[in-house]
Structure formats: C-alpha cells, structure tokens
Design a protein around this ligand. Structure first.
Ligand code: GLA
Length: 348
C-alpha cells in the first residue's frame, strides 16, 4: 500500500509504502529508502515499532542522524574524503570534520529513490533504484544502485544491494536502521544482549578512521563472541571507547566474505523477549551504540531519544578501505556487478 508521506521543499512528493508479511510490518519511504517503522511482536504477541524514526518528512530532512536510511555511496568514513584509484586522486564531499562520512553531504540517505512493489511467490517487497551521476559527492562514475527489500513469509527482512558503474569507482552500501527491540522511545539499549562472531576489530584514530590494525577483541570490551549486555563494558574507560563516546567501530567478521549470507550477530532484549539475528555475506559490521543521540530528537512515540536509546549494526566492508590496500577491496569496475545481501530474522 502506498500513501503520500509529505513533500520536500521543492514540491517533490515523498511516498510511504507499507509491507506486511509473516508477522512483520514495515513502512518504507521513497526518501532515502528509509525504514520509517518496523513492527514485530514481543513474547506476548504485542506489536511495537522497534526502529527509531520520525512522523514527518521535515524532521528527516532537517535533523535525521541517518534514521533507517540507505547509506551510499560509501558506508562510514573515508579519511580526509580522499583516495587514489588507478593513479587518479578523488576529493569527496567532506561532512565529518576533515573526513567524508556516509557518502558525503548529500548521500543516498537524502536521495529520492524510485520505488516499485513486487510479489514473488509468498514474498512481498520493494525494488528501490537510484542513479548517482558521475562526480556526485566527488565519486567517479555513474553509479546505478538497486536495492531490494523483501519481507518473506517467515517475517524476515532481506536486503539485496546491487550496483554497476561506467567508470572505476568505490562502493560500500549499507542500511542505517537504529534498533531498540523494546520499542522506539522505550529508553536505553544497554540491557540488550549482543553477540558478534568477530575475533578482531579495526581500532580508529581520534577522527574514527581505522589505523589499519586488526586488533584482537580478546580481553577487551570489544569481545562480543559470547553474548553480553551492551552496557557491561561501556564504562570501562578503554581509550577506543572514550574516543568514540561508546562503541562506534567496525568488527572484522571471522567468516570473512562469503558467497552466501552467514549469521554474524544476535541481538536479544530480555524485557520484551524479542531477538534479531543478522546474516550477511559482507566481511564487516559497524556496531554503533547511539552515542550521538543527545536528547534533542523526539520520535513518533512522543518520547525523546537520548544517548544509547538505540543501536546500529551496519553490515559493510571496512571503513576507509580505499586508503588501506590490506583491507578487502571496495573497488568496482565497469562490467562488474556489486552484490551484497543482509538478512534480518526476528523472533520472540
Ligand atoms: C555511523 C558512524 C557514527 C555516526 C552514526 C550516525 O555509525 O560511524 O559515527 O555517524 O553513523 O550518527
């Protein structure tokens, strides 16, 4: 079902699409491919929206920290917004200190996507497409991006990303949903239990750019190999946690790049009984503990979002890969097709 959600300042109409399958209900905007709401039942069958967002398009345009949005062309940071490819240096839009974050000032999270619904057997979904012009935000090549959101008859939300280019470029697409399994506006996620199948993470400099090191998580607050409450080690004063005001790092998934999506993360909320499992074929995941939520935004519930009121698990290649030849490559050449998949499974 499609309804008018609002209009941009220039009059462009933004639509909202509602999907419902296998016990999961989802609302998606043509603006940024934003998941505006995702509802699943708790252990008593009671539905709640478990993602942060807004009720009005103006709020998304004016003050959204990427709530629910598709991120491109490059998930997370590129140091100094600069990289060299085939001998040519490219200067990107810089929007985070001296660095480029989430595709630059006007990333894919602010693009108006072309959306078409589909039904395939027992699955329902949306095809989203956006063509980014050669040179947009400083990136080389016309990038044709296609993202498919599927709700399966099991209530799984699957994202398939695809992209092609007409000039050699870099690409790293992800989704920036803010999860709170107890429900949007219900307070902190510090009691949520998280498991990540990663023995290493990529430490960062003060600007949150990876130093290049793959550091063992063993014996550090970054060890989520056994499920633990997110808040348990958050106040240990570890220098990496101090620099980022919490967790805002890329975990190096033990499985590496896989042809098929493999489970990498389990998030459980003991209060509601809801569990989210994430599978991906990507080699990394950015776990962000909502550090910059500062009590200035109000969600559809009418409640304020404060630090740690949600978390993000952004499946991806590592940040700043274009400047780290030792990291898995994010280069895409003409004739190649970029393809990645992430699957979210819900139960209670
Ligand atoms: C990512 C970044 C964070 C922050 C959030 C949104 O997770 O790594 O530093 O920008 O997005 O605010």
């Amino acid at each position: 079902m499609k309804t008018l959600f609002g209009k941009l300042a220039d009059g462009t109409e933004i639509h909202r699409w509602s999907l419902d399958n296998g016990g999961t209900r989802m609302k998606v905007l043509s603006y940024g491919g934003i998941v505006q709401s995702l509802e699943v039942p708790d252990r008593h069958g009671r539905y709640a929206n478990i993602t942060l967002g807004f009720d009005r398009i103006e709020d998304y345009v004016d003050s959204s920290p990427y709530f629910g949005a598709l991120i491109g062309r490059y998930g997370n940071r590129i140091g100094k917004g600069r990289f060299t490819l085939d001998g040519e240096t490219h200067q990107l839009s810089v929007d985070d200190g001296e660095n480029s974050l989430h595709g630059g000032l006007r990333g894919f999270d602010t693009a108006v996507w072309n959306v078409t619904p589909f039904t395939r057997g027992t699955d329902v979904g949306l095809h989203l497409s956006y063509t980014s012009a050669d040179g947009e935000m400083g990136y080389p090549g016309t990038l044709t991006a296609k993202v498919t959101y599927t709700l399966t008859d099991q209530g799984d939300w699957r994202i398939d990303y695809e992209a092609t280019t007409d000039r050699t470029t870099v690409v790293n697409l992800t989704s920036h949903v803010y999860w709170n399994l107890a429900g949007e506006g219900s307070g902190t996620i510090e009691d949520h239990e998280l498991r990540l199948t990663a023995s290493h993470f990529t430490p960062t400099d003060p600007g949150l750019i990876p130093t290049g090191e793959l550091a063992p998580v063993d014996g550090t607050p970054f060890d989520f190999r056994e499920s633990k409450p997110i808040g348990r080690d958050l106040r240990t004063g570890h220098p990496q946690l101090l620099a980022a005001k919490g967790y805002d790092h890329n975990w190096v998934l033990d499985k590496g790049i896989t042809a098929a999506p493999k489970p990498i993360a389990t998030l459980h909320d003991p209060s509601s009984g809801r569990t989210l499992e994430i599978a991906t074929n990507e080699p990394g995941v950015q776990f962000y503990s909502g550090n910059f939520l500062d009590g200035t935004l109000v969600g559809p519930s009418g409640r304020t979002y404060r630090q740690g009121d949600a978390l993000c698990l952004e499946t991806q290649h590592y940040p700043d890969s274009p400047n780290h030849p030792s990291f898995p490559s994010t280069v895409l050449r003409p004739g190649e097709t970029y393809r990645t998949t992430t699957i979210h499974t819900f139960h209670a």
